[in-house]
Design a protein around this ligand. Structure first.
Ligand code: NAG
Ligand code: NAG
Ligand code: NAG
Ligand code: NAG
Ligand code: NAG
Ligand code: NAG
Ligand code: NAG
Ligand code: NAG
Ligand code: NAG
Ligand code: NAG
Ligand code: NAG
Length: 697
């Protein structure tokens, strides 16, 4: 109860920006400053990046708990541009409306509002690399380095010593110095390339593969890699190329140490499991398995990317051709290296959450490559519910029409009562401290990058204002090709013929108590695909009172692997229901890179723009009305117009909307123009001038 009340209070504060138009009056005094300098020799050249400054409760390591649901830290973020080692960065104020250049504080806090007490204080600099993409746009982003892209303290980050500080509540300056670099892991494997995707040592059962992606390297203008961890079944012999195995492609986050099926770097559990399975013993028991061992290869991917710990395994305008890199470069390499069965029925996609979305999207976009997906509690399949946000119809992503806050993370207590752990507003504001322009390496931002197109500012065209939550329907419109039920229905009958071709190949599972409300998007997906395909077109299982996590249909892993194996057997050429070649033809393919970048890259962003235009033709007489349009701008750009005669304002600037037609009756002679100034968070403010018309007698 207390927590919910607390959330409501702080979110109300944030939401009030909408009404007041800014925060300046709330934080117009400046008491506590933090000045951060850089020890000599730590930066090799001018550096762009994000500084994250944290105040943790006395005696607590600042990185001990930075989670949105539980952190007691006060977290501040500020961008730096061309930082040199003679420069000092000053943090003051906070919750700055300008997140591009100002200080953003969480939870909705200014430095001046930090209660007097003792804190442990430390700052970190995430370094960005300025790159020019193949479509000509230049961006400053962080490229991860074999560490799964944490949102702070990533490999290569600068950090200050942690200091214990008494915040006194009056005028005070805290001095910090970046004096160290986060070392990251020491890589010992024999794979190619630097730290991107890491380098790991092979064991008998577990092989690591990494290739330089030609397509990604070309797109980013630097070397880019994709990797895979390959678990081989016991008895596998590289020389026995006659014995070939189906492959389970297990999608998910960066495969770090240990973890569940589809996660663990050495996929430790799976290795143990594969051993036991092959020896006929059910893991953790001494029970002999009822069935002989399945012989399958398990593959997890390493595709840490700018923006997140993985790329979502599809082609996107903001991350580049990761779908092609994985499916057309890495998988062929795996198939040349290992004895796999090279046919769709023997390539299965599975995963949960992020991996749930990746696995279903992989099959929906590439029916020519993969046989089926077993997708568990996937990220929103249908944006009628993006988590709990009614993205197509709501006006605000944070606050509903009735004034209540949209929840983002929940749990259920012993009595089955829902307890909200974070709202969408709280979580988005928390993300903002780690990066602006969708660069926080957190969940809502990676969705913006993957589902949306590139904005005119070269960063993801965000679907709503990250501070206020105001939704921009025109930006949401660009998400539609990544709304998977919309994609299926749109391609139901055409040359892709997905209604026929994907039938019987899509399995989805979710629980009604999903921690992130992902059950809601699954319900929408089921409703829309059932409406065109008949009930059960997609095999959707919704289990009551199951939270986020676990295997498909909450099965034991043994049971689950048998299910996968049976699907493969049934759909093999000699199986009960062989997968027809016609359903896996090349025409079924979607998410083509050329289309994605044409629709979502720089050229498309430029083509969306237009200058204001005076529509009245010919000579205009003093005292007669002229009409003009205000130009075309990206969604969310706030516009102010002004009439100008002979280069001098002839009226006050006034607010306009993109759809407005504006009118003016010039009172004097001269060259008349309409100037329109557009401004948006993270965009350069720009004034565009219309054609000029002559006003005469
Ligand atoms: C801060 O924590 C330390 C132990 O870590 C303790 O000795 C000290 O008294 C605490 N200071 C305050 C003001 O609570
Ligand atoms: C880390 O946080 C946990 C719980 O939030 C706390 O019990 C523990 O003492 C903290 N450890 C350090 C080193 O700060
Ligand atoms: C917000 O940031 C702008 C740009 O850096 C700065 O001019 C302004 O003083 C800041 N306001 C507050 C309240 O921090
Ligand atoms: C911080 O550094 C400035 C000079 O850069 C110095 O004048 C000031 O005394 C320092 N403050 C503290 C608390 O060390
Ligand atoms: C840098 O940080 C590492 C890890 O915390 C530490 O072992 C090392 O002593 C630090 N180096 C300096 C110069 O402070
Ligand atoms: C596989 O073949 C290679 C060379 O063809 C040979 O060196 C190796 O010993 C063989 N391995 C096995 C397990 O037979
Ligand atoms: C299973 O057999 C393999 C050899 O094929 C052996 O290395 C492994 O230790 C055995 N695992 C178990 C759990 O008995
Ligand atoms: C399996 O059998 C071994 C040896 O008999 C015993 O030590 C172990 O506890 C048993 N494990 C289980 C899970 O029953
Ligand atoms: C569950 O309900 C019981 C009986 O009403 C109550 O005593 C208990 O505190 C509740 N538990 C929680 C976690 O709310
Ligand atoms: C399939 O095609 C028919 C005829 O072209 C059309 O009437 C129908 O609406 C289409 N169905 C879908 C789901 O697109
Ligand atoms: C859906 O899939 C499950 C296995 O996950 C299977 O038991 C069930 O029969 C399938 N339902 C239909 C209608 O095919």
């Amino acid at each position: 109860m207390l927590r919910t009340l607390f959330l409501a209070l702080i979110v109300t504060g944030a939401y009030s920006h909408l009404a007041t138009g800014g925060l300046a009056q709330r934080y117009d005094h400046s008491k506590l400053d933090v000045k951060i300098s850089v020890a000599e020799g730590l930066l090799n050249g001018p550096t762009d990046g994000r500084i994250v400054l944290m105040f943790a409760p006395n005696g607590t390591d600042v990185l001990n708990d930075t989670d949105v649901t539980s952190s007691q830290n006060k977290i501040f973020g500020k961008n730096v541009f061309s930082l040199g080692d003679k420069d000092t960065v000053t943090f003051s104020g906070g919750s700055n409306f300008s997140t591009e250049t100002g200080v953003y504080g969480w939870p909705d806090v200014s430095l001046d509002a930090i209660p007097p007490a003792t804190y442990r204080v430390q700052a970190f600099l995430t370094k960005y690399e300025k790159v020019t993409r193949s479509d000509g746009s230049t961006v400053s982003v962080h490229f991860p380095c074999g560490d799964g892209a944490p949102n702070v303290d990533a490999t290569g980050s600068l950090f200050t010593s942690a200091v214990d500080v008494d915040v006194v509540g009056g005028t005070q300056t805290i001095n910090l110095t970046f004096n160290n670099v986060t070392a990251g892991e020491e890589f010992i494997g024999k794979e190619i390339g630097g730290c991107n995707q890491g380098n790991y040592e092979d064991t008998e059962n577990l092989k690591h593969v990494k290739i330089r992606s030609k397509k990604l390297s070309e797109f980013w203008g630097r070397d880019m890699y994709v990797g895979a961890n390959v678990v081989l079944p016991a008895g596998y012999s590289a020389n026995d190329t006659k014995t070939r195995y189906p492959v389970i492609y297990a999608q998910g986050h960066w495969p770090a140490d240990e973890g569940a099926f589809g996660y663990g770097r050495p996929a430790a559990q799976y290795v143990k499991f594969a051993d036991a399975w092959n020896n006929g013993t059910i893991p953790g028991t001494n029970t002999t398995a009822a069935r002989p061992a399945p012989k399958m290869i398990l593959v997890t991917f390493r595709h840490e990317a700018p923006f997140y710990d993985d790329s979502y395994a599809v082609n996107t305008a903001n991350l580049g051709p990761y779908g092609d890199a994985i499916n057309d470069e890495l998988i062929p390499f795996l198939e040349d290296t290992f004895n796999t069965i090279r046919a769709p029925y023997a390539r299965i996609q599975q995963g949960g959450s992020t991996g749930g979305w990746e696995s279903i999207a992989s099959v929906i976009f590439r029916p020519d490559l993969f046989g089926a997906c077993f997708s568990s509690y996937p990220d929103s399949l249908d944006f009628h519910r993006h988590q709990d946000i009614e993205l197509y119809t709501a006006a605000n992503a944070y606050v509903r029409a009735d004034g209540s806050f949209v929840p983002s993370i929940r749990t259920f207590d012993d009595n089955g009562t829902e307890v909200v752990l974070a709202t969408v507003a709280l979580e988005n504001h928390w993300e903002l401290t780690f990066g602006t322009a969708s660069r926080s390496f957190n969940q809502w931002d990676i969705w913006n990058a993957v589902f949306g197109v590139q904005g005119y500012n070269n960063y993801p065209l965000e679907p709503w204002d990250k501070v206020t939550g105001e939704i921009y329907p025109a930006a949401v419109e660009y998400w539609k090709p990544m709304d998977l039920s919309n994609y299926i229905v749109s391609n139901w009958n055409n040359s892709k013929n997905l209604g026929v071709n994907l039938a019987g190949r899509i399995y989805v599972y979710v629980g009604t108590w999903d921690d992130y409300f992902l059950n809601e998007g699954v319900v929408e997906f089921q409703k829309r695909t059932d409406a065109v395909g008949g009930q059960g077109w997609a095999n959707v299982t919704i289990l009551p009172e199951k939270p986020h996590g676990g295997n498909y249909q909450s099965r034991e892993i043994w049971d689950y692997l048998e299910l996968l194996e049976n699907w493969i057997k049934d759909h093999a050429p000699d199986g009960k229901t062989p997968l027809k070649q016609s359903v896996s033809g090349p025409k079924t393919r979607g998410n083509m890179w050329e289309e994605v970048i044409r629709r979502g890259g720089r050229q498309a962003a430029v083509a969306r723009q237009g200058p204001p235009s005076i529509e009245t033709k010919g000579h205009v007489k003093v005292g007669t009305e002229v009409r003009a349009s205000v130009g075309r701008w990206d969604p969310g750009v706030a516009l102010k117009a002004q009439w100008v005669i002979d280069g001098k304002p002839s009226c006050e600037a006034f607010k306009v909307k993109e759809s407005d037609k504006v009118k003016y009756t010039p009172e004097k002679k001269g060259q008349l123009q309409l100037w329109v100034t557009g401004s948006k968070r993270n965009y350069a403010t720009e004034t565009r001038k219309s054609n000029s018309v002559t006003v005469g007698k």
